[in-house]
Design a protein around this ligand. Structure first.
Ligand SMILES: NC(=[NH2+])NCCC[C@H](N)C(=O)O
Ligand SMILES: O=C(O)CCC(=O)C(=O)O
Ligand SMILES: [Fe+2]
Length: 344
């Protein structure tokens, strides 16, 4: 794990920066904040900036980075909400939201999906009543099976960021690094070919949209088209490669739970199952603590979450999530203007 420690004196600098920003902004979704976030991030302590830059460029430790030392007073935290829709403004966690956004902005630009969590950029991960058995971030009683975030989508994130607000029962986030996996050249060659089907996961389905009519800076029919596109990816999925990039140190996209068994390609299935099994053998885990930020390189690391029992008493585990891309322009054909961060 690539560990970055925030020291006491650095925390003081961060606190005074957050005092200032939290007096100006009440949500990190604010267009004015988004316009400036990469600039504000340059005021973070230099050691933190350097370390995240190294993480971005050198891809150390297989793509797993944890930032420790950001202090949260858990007693000051509001109750864990019951749903991610209709977030209150000002955000009750604005300081944490801002700090997380600033750190993320040192890796790239964070994006959101029109079809996921009502188009919010900053996601909430906590258990939602009724989702106990779902393969969703809001599930609890079932193992959240490991996956590349938004594996099905060509515009999926480069980095997955998770910031822990509270995790009283030490629920573990699971992960595995592709760097630890050895493949025969025969299997590797097959996995580099477009012979696999990854379907949209359920977090992008219309049934998981909330009833709120949150305005996303576009007409409602654009959102409709967006759901239709997800639907198309489900009815007529294109075959994709699981591995890509450098053959000696491949990147991957994979989400076995949402992948098809391809009847007429047993060779591809054999290679895929071998890889899945190897990944299963390499699973590690981390129980994030209040204030911890985990950045996972979504090209090199898969992740999931162990099952737990939600209490819905206001004290359940609560994480924030950001999807961070290195090249926002890659998705230009799916965004309404150059600066918009919502992928339709
Ligand atoms: N294997 C899986 N469960 N994949 C889906 C992951 C959950 C999804 N990213 C969410 O936001 O809820
Ligand atoms: O809850 C976690 O630790 C991870 C959640 C996650 O992977 C997801 O929601 O996609
Ligand atoms: Fe995930």
């Amino acid at each position: 794990m690539y560990r970055i420690m925030i020291e006491k004196d650095e925390m003081q600098v961060i606190v005074s920066q957050l005092d200032k920003l939290a007096s100006i902004y009440s949500t990190v979704e604010d267009p004015e904040f988004l316009r400036n976030v990469t600039t504000y991030a340059q005021h973070l302590p230099i050691k933190l900036r350097e370390a995240l830059n190294v993480f971005r460029l050198y891809e150390p430790e297989g793509g797993v980075c944890v930032i420790n030392g950001y202090q949260i007073d858990v007693n000051q935290l509001v109750k864990t909400p019951t749903h991610w829709a209709n977030k209150p403004v000002p955000s009750p966690t604005i300081r944490e939201d801002i700090f997380f956004s600033l750190c993320a902005s040192l890796l790239g630009d964070y994006i959101g999906w029109a079809t996921q969590q009502d188009g919010y950029l900053l996601h909430d991960i906590f258990p939602i009543e009724g989702h106990e058995q779902e393969q969703l971030g809001s599930g609890s009683e079932c193992l959240l099976t490991w996956h590349t975030e938004d594996a099905f989508h060509p515009y999926r994130t480069d980095y997955l960021g998770l910031m822990c607000l509270k995790n009283p029962d030490d629920v573990e986030t699971t992960f595995a690094r592709m760097n630890n996996i050895k493949l025969s050249s025969k299997y590797a060659a097959i996995l580099f070919e477009k012979r696999f089907i990854i379907r949209p996961d359920e977090s992008h389905l219309k049934k998981n949209r909330s009833s709120s009519e949150r305005y996303l800076g576009a007409s409602p029919d654009l959102l409709e088209r967006s759901y239709e596109r997800i639907n198309q990816m489900n009815i007529q999925p294109e075959k994709v490669a699981v591995l890509f990039g450098d053959p000696d140190e491949p990147y991957l996209r994979i989400d076995p739970y949402f992948m098809d068994h391809i009847e007429d390609d047993e060779e591809a299935m054999e290679a895929l199952n071998y890889l899945i099994n190897e990944i299963d053998n390499q699973i590690e885990s981390v129980a994030l603590q209040s204030g911890d930020i985990l950045f996972l390189d979504n090209y090199k690391v898969i992740h999931g979450r162990k099952p737990f029992k939600a209490k819905y008493d206001g004290n359940d585990r609560w994480l924030k999530r950001l999807n961070i891309v290195r090249d926002l322009r890659k998705s230009r054909d799916a965004r309404v203007n150059p600066e918009s961060r919502i992928i339709f």
